[in-house]
Write a protein that binds this ligand. Structure first.
Ligand code: ADP
Ligand code: MG
Length: 725
């Protein structure tokens, strides 16, 4: 290992930037050229087919066989002309990332040859061998029948020689086995719920679109150094290593120049992203060394989720060409900032209104307040669920653990919106509904300062922050599928809007005016949802105590956090999106994944500690012992002269013994946990009884790193991993 470490350090430090050849200059010339988008469709489909397809997409209706046949023919022609030889249904199983099964476009022609064939039925539906995808016991694995079916609202695209068709993935009996199915249902649900509430203000609205603009944070590590760290290669994070003398204290990375090697990687990545129709816009260094961020212009939520997953896999491929490895792990390095995926979320109408933007007149602003307050109420009611939607073994290091903010969901509104709500809450119905522009102004409702849009007021410690015309859900993990968080958020807000509509309508039915009814219910919600509002420092310990007094969910154990998915409130929230059976089944998958992640980390750390670290520590100790013996031969007061050596010898023994004892105790704890049948109980055992050893063992290994001769240390150190030249 030591040889591998020094070889990797030498290779990495001599590496030169790799020049990128981009065939076309203007982005607009190649943007979306690998996508079967509307422009391609209008060229390759007949007018009738094109219109029928657009119609189906707009209304969210199924595409029938006959139409699928026509679309498949056009799509095939386009794909073949653009170099595709294979096609695949591309879907999001409940594990990380995406899944694909490639088939060639060939069929027997009946004369001993082959023809390129792609029938409509292959476009509409496929039956991949699904037994290897987790289903939480929903699908009988002996039958292995999962179906993938085309999602026409996300366009097909070409990667390499393969036409990728975005699909949902469901069981034989119709239960969702993926992330996309519930996401699509949540989008339809929030569209319906929000449209009916918007009708109090704007009757002409027919459709509401949910938008997502994600910001993807990630780390880059040189490929050879990555391979010289078995823990990074196998678990995505460093399970040991002492902090580097210099990491992010100087905060000099954020505004520093992007290193040349990274710059070239980004150029090529952007070219690939643009050809795939992904509108990436910003790229910059992040706070930590080697940490970067990529963000596109926001898009419709389903498309944005697909684009995030697609870009993650494109990033992996492009990184390889530049001899980098991408780390999506939420906390690859101890003592260094972690990576998230901020999800900027908003709702817009088909008439061009952003429902989270304050407007110029009274109606606009009452609508703005209606939506803000309903979102507050939704996040308050479902704060445990929203936390569950972003929780994973890896993201736990960013939320709830050491060096991380507490695992609590709260909402930051900023002083202006907070003031408006406070005034609104105190106003009487009589004040409020007086149609007197002066009163309205004094109430702060008629006129909301436009300065709001400048985002003057920012709070980077809030997991869910209002940022002028959208909410930013920042607690999402960098390795996560955005769909999990977006589905929970859409479902929560939709359920809340339905309740709101019922309550307002029932007051109207009792004879109240629409305005009176709206004010009354909004005021009630402002009061009820107050505990979720927190503009202070979300990273502080005081907040933990305060949040618990406020009754917010403060659970930190990920396996227990998942219980929120099946609470009575969540079952109600997910009505029409995921059934109770599906919620339970999906939790089984989550617990299983949690267990496996900790199990792998525990095995890797045990192996590294016993077979790499202890032998090296003992070798170094032997050198010290030899030195002391020699001192003893020559000097009488060898104990004074060799005091430091003797101290180190003892320290090494103590750490080695502690590591050895703890690794064996961890193995025993694993054995006990492995014998548990039930997934939930097993995950709890891994969380409570196995995971704590990871930190305890690491503590002693990191101490040894500070003692043992640098030339003997087997693993690349942080200072070597973290500074790309
Ligand atoms: P930050 O200061 O948080 O880094 P950026 O300007 O980089 O902010 O924008 C973050 C993301 O927010 C981008 O993906 C952007 O497209 C997205 N965004 C901007 N406006 C909206 C909106 N109304 N709805 C959803 N996303 C939005
Ligand atoms: Mg942001």
């Amino acid at each position: 290992m030591t040889k591998l470490r020094f070889r990797a350090v030498a290779i990495a430090s001599e590496r030169k930037p790799i020049e990128v050849k981009i065939p076309k200059f203007k982005t607009s010339e190649y943007y979306g050229e690998k996508v079967f988008n509307k422009r391609a469709m209008s060229k390759y489909l007949s007018k009738e087919t094109f219109q029928a397809l657009n119609n189906a997409i707009d209304k969210g209706e199924a595409v029938d066989r006959n139409l699928a046949e026509h679309i498949a023919a056009g799509m095939k022609m386009w794909a073949l002309e653009n170099g595709a030889t294979h096609y695949t249904h591309w879907f999001h199983p409940l594990t990380d990332g995406t899944a694909e099964k490639h088939d060639a476009f060939v069929e027997h022609d009946g004369n001993g040859g082959l023809i390129e064939e792609f029938e409509g039925k292959l476009l509409a539906q496929q039956e991949p061998d699904a037994s290897s995808f987790p289903s939480g016991g929903l699908r009988n694995t002996f039958e292995a029948r999962g179906y993938s079916a085309w999602d026409p609202s996300s366009p097909a695209f070409i990667v390499g020689d393969t036409l990728c068709i975005p699909t949902i993935f469901i069981s034989y009996t119709g239960e969702a086995l993926d992330y996309k199915t519930p996401l699509l249902k949540s989008l339809a649900t929030i569209d319906k719920a929000a449209t009916s509430v918007v009708h109090y203000f704007n009757e002409d609205v027919k459709k509401i679109q949910t938008n997502l603009g994600w910001e993807q944070e990630y780390f880059l590590v040189d490929e050879d150094l990555f391979m010289a760290r078995p823990d990074l290669a196998l678990t995505g994070r460093t399970l040991m290593s002492h902090e580097s003398a210099k990491n992010q204290q100087l905060e000099d990375h954020y505004f520093g120049a992007i290193p040349d090697r990274v710059q070239k990687f980004m150029e090529e990545l952007e070219y690939e992203a643009y050809s795939l129709g992904i509108p990436v816009k910003t790229r910059h260094n992040e706070v930590a060394p080697n940490q970067f961020e990529l963000a596109p212009i926001y898009e419709e939520c389903n498309l944005a989720v697909d684009h995030n997953l697609l870009v993650m896999s494109v990033m992996d491929k492009v990184a390889r060409k530049h001899a980098f490895k991408i780390l999506y792990h939420e906390k690859p390095f101890k003592g260094v900032n972690g990576s998230g995926k901020h999800n900027n979320w908003s709702l817009t109408t088909d008439t061009g209104i952003n429902l989270l933007s304050p407007g110029k007149d009274k109606v606009d602003n009452l609508r703005f307040i209606t939506f803000i307050v309903n979102i507050l109420a939704a996040v308050h009611k479902n704060n445990g669920l929203l936390k569950a939607s972003i929780s994973s073994a890896t993201n736990a290091h960013r939320l709830g653990a050491n060096e991380a903010p507490p695992a609590i969901i709260s909402v930051f509104l900023g002083s202006q919106v907070s003031d408006i709500l406070d005034k609104f809450e105190k106003s009487s119905v009589k004040d409020a509904i007086v149609v007197d522009s002066k009163k309205q102004i004094s109430l702060g409702v008629g006129q909301i300062p436009e300065i709001l849009l400048d985002n003057t007021d920012r709070n980077r410690t809030s997991p869910f922050a209002f940022t002028g015309n959208r909410f930013e859900f920042r607690a999402v993990g960098s390795s996560a599928n955005c769909a999990s968080a977006m589905t929970a958020l859409n479902a929560s807000v939709a359920e809340q809007l339905r309740t709101f509509k019922e309550e307002v309508d029932s007051l109207i039915a009792q004879g109240k005016s629409k305005e009176e009814a709206l004010y009354e219910i909004i005021k009630k919600y402002i009061k009820e949802s107050r505990p979720i509002r927190f503009d202070g420092n979300g990273y502080s310990d005081e907040w933990k105590e305060e949040a618990s007094r406020r009754g917010l969910d403060c659970e930190t154990s990920v396996p227990l956090i998942y219980d929120s998915y099946t609470s009575a409130q969540s079952v109600k929230t997910f009505e029409g999106i995921l059934s109770e059976v599906e919620l339970h089944a999906r939790n089984e998958v989550k617990w299983e994944i949690f267990t496996k992640k900790i199990q792998i980390e525990s095995r890797v750390l045990g192996d590294l500690a016993l077979n790499h670290i202890i032998p090296v520590a003992i070798s170094y100790q032997s050198i010290l012992l030899t030195n002391v013996s020699k001192l003893k031969e020559v000097f009488d007061d060898y104990k004074t002269l060799g005091a430091e050596q003797l101290r180190l010898i003892e320290k090494i023994s103590n750490h080695v013994n502690a590591i050895n004892a703890k690794v064996h105790a961890m193995i025993d704890a694993r054995k006990v946990a492995n014998s548990i049948e039930e997934e939930r109980e097993k995950a709890i055992a891994y969380h409570d009884n196995v995971a704590p050893y990871l930190d305890e063992i690491r503590y002693h290994v990191d101490k040894l790193e500070l003692i043992v001769d640098n030339d003997m240390w087997p693993l690349a150190k942080y200072r070597e991993l973290l500074f790309i030249r």
